[in-house]
Design a protein around this ligand. Structure first.
Ligand SMILES: [Zn+2]
Length: 450
């Protein structure tokens, strides 16, 4: 059985499932008011590779990730641009999915929009008021955190500490009973979007969305709630607080990915905004960020720089080159290697260890080929394909060079056959200037990106 670090328990525990063979996962999705940044990129790639690995292991995964399409940031952006909130959210959501396609992240099974769930949220808030766990002020409805058993579970602070400091990114209400109390519902300022509710028109707070959507789509006691480390507190704490106050069984496990650090100095100027996910995935091989993330532990911080991205690209080139050398491979993967891989990755999703094993197979496969051991090489090739598939890491055997580049490569092959090496070198330089490297393999030349 897989073992995972649980943020609530602060230790690695068996990943017990509600229903045998099935996993239900809720990932807090984006608030759509700006293009996705590299922090989003890490979060989606960690959980995309996690989902892929579980499916590869034979589990049936239900993966829900929401879209927050009503929020203070959206209203602020709409006001700045002088457009409607719908325009902001439609444009940003479009950019989000385009970026997800670019980095090859599988679509969630469901991606509910907060605005489709307002009725359920109103119902949830009413039940909290009925249970005396919430109160109405002049600017909204708040949850009383002192009414919640075990508040502070994820923050790992006592209620006393939280009541002292606490706080909410969204609102600072002067009528709040405690600093840690948070808004479930906000009354609108003139011109702000609002929905009807028994205690007054307004809009839901961010923390209320995910409780309503996750419990509705995944049910009581779903298996795993995830997101970036920054969501642990207050967002996840406050989601859980609402569920607990109403007697619901919320997520059994909590999993959070680490931060992304960038050093602007180390990033190329041509990249412009170094936080932009689409820019990063366009500037480099779109698979490079996935590999970089796989090579790190999901809970550790990672640093993105030109050097780390170039290293990831170089590793991808080794992987692709090996796949080309061994294509087509008809051998079966070695079960002992697959089992070793599973044993490594099942230990708190150790993708770094799993990726090391993958590249060891590449090295051993190349050595076998160099030694003329084609059968052994074919098994290594099958292992590499199997392990890469577990992480949804695609091998690119043909990098889709344009026709004119292919013609040049063919001309170079002819020049070499004619022993016109000067012309062959000239063409190689021409290809290089256009960003292509020509590799001479046993069955002919192959072009790959520089
Ligand atoms: Zn959430």
């Amino acid at each position: 059985m897989m073992r995972l670090y649980d943020t609530a328990k602060q230790e690695v525990v068996p990943f017990k499932l509600r229903d045998e063979g099935k996993v239900s996962i809720y990932v807090c999705g984006p608030t759509v008011y700006a293009p996705p940044h590299i922090g989003h990129g890490r979060m989606v790639l960690v959980f995309d590779t996690f989902r892929s690995y579980l499916e590869w292991s034979g589990l049936e995964v239900t993966f829900v990730s929401n879209i927050t399409d009503i929020d203070d940031n959206i209203i602020k952006r709409a006001n700045e641009l002088g457009v409607s909130c719908e325009e902001v959210t439609a444009t940003s959501e479009d950019a989000w999915w385009k970026a997800m396609d670019l980095i090859d992240v599988a679509r969630p099974d469901q991606s509910p929009h907060a605005t489709e769930y307002v009725e359920q949220m109103v119902d949830l808030i009413q039940r909290l008021l009925d249970a005396d766990a919430a109160y109405v002020t002049s600017d909204g409805v708040y949850l009383s955190v002192d009414k919640v058993d075990g508040y502070g579970l994820l923050a790992h602070q006592s209620l006393d500490q939280l009541l002292e400091g606490g706080g909410d990114r969204e609102i600072v209400g002067t009528e709040k009973k405690f600093a840690a109390d948070f808004a479930l519902w906000k009354f609108p300022k003139p011109g702000e979007p609002s929905w009807p509710a028994p205690w007054g028109e307004g809009r839901p707070g961010w923390h209320t969305e995910c409780v309503a959507m996750s419990l509705d789509l995944l049910g009581e006691g779903f298996d795993l709630h995830t997101g970036g480390l920054d969501l642990t507190f207050p967002h996840h704490e406050n989601e859980r607080a609402q569920a607990v106050a109403l007697g619901h069984e919320f997520a059994t496990h909590w999993m959070h990915n680490g931060f992304v650090e960038t050093d602007g100095q180390k990033m190329s100027k041509s990249l412009g905004n170094t936080q932009d996910l689409t820019g990063l995935a366009t500037h480099y091989d779109p698979r490079a960020y996935r590999l970089l993330i796989l090579q790190s532990h999901y809970r550790s911080p990672i640093e993105i720089s030109d050097v780390s991205m170039q290293n990831a690209e170089a590793a991808l080139n080794r992987l692709d080159a090996f796949a080309r050398r061994t294509a087509p491979s008809v051998a079966q993967a070695d079960q002992a290697v697959v089992d070793e891989f599973k044993a490594i990755v099942d230990n708190d999703f150790d993708t770094s260890g799993g990726t090391d094993l993958l590249f060891r197979q590449v090295r051993d496969g190349n050595s076998a080929l160099d030694a003329g051991q084609s059968r052994a090489a074919a098994v290594h090739a099958a292992n590499v394909r199997e392990l890469a598939k577990a992480f949804r890491l695609r091998l690119v055997e043909d990098q889709g060079a344009p026709e004119d580049m292919k013609l040049l490569a063919a001309e170079r092959t002819q020049a070499r056959a004619d022993k016109d090496f000067a012309r062959a070198d000239e063409i190689r330089d021409e290809l290089a200037a256009a960003g292509w490297v020509v590799e001479d393999l046993a069955d002919g030349p192959v072009l790959r990106r520089k």
